[in-house]
Design a protein around this ligand. Sequence first.
Ligand code: S3P
Length: 172
Amino acid sequence: MNRIYLVGFMGVGKSTIGKKLAKYLDFEFIDLDDIFEQKYKISIDSFFNKYDEELFRKLEHDMLLETFLKNNAVISTGGGTPCFHNAMEKINSVGYSIYIKMPPAAIVHRLSTAKRKRPLIEGIPKDELHDVIKEKLKSRSPIYKKAHLHIDGIDVDIKELAETISIKVNHS
Ligand code: S3P
């Protein structure tokens, strides 16, 4: 119970929910995207432009492995983190995982107003975005669904979530 992983598609609010949950539980909050950018002193967007996705996946996985040594932490993963290098299985073996679900239309809406650039959807025309996200979500959701708990990302009640986590964990 002392290592909680948030997984789900980009834009569903993993960082916002994670920050609030960590505060509520008095846990450390770790955002894999943020620590990637701090560690390599480059935005993820620029990293994808300069290097390639394969290297990004390797480095983000290495950072994920480092979180396995943390205690009392809420870890917000990148949308692709659980989908490479068998990461979802590894996450489930060392922590408690929560899949934050959201329908494609809500994701499209949130991403179109987001501050952070997402290299995987950059340059995709607006009218194609919904279909692209729908397809990517379809291919990734079997992995996200391996998480211990699935929650709806819209209007998350942090207190209720924290209570659900402790009930589930204390009875497993
Ligand atoms: C990615 C999601 C991003 C970031 C990178 C790749 C993905 O994180 O790690 O742009 O593959 O879905 P968020 O889910 O925090 O946007």
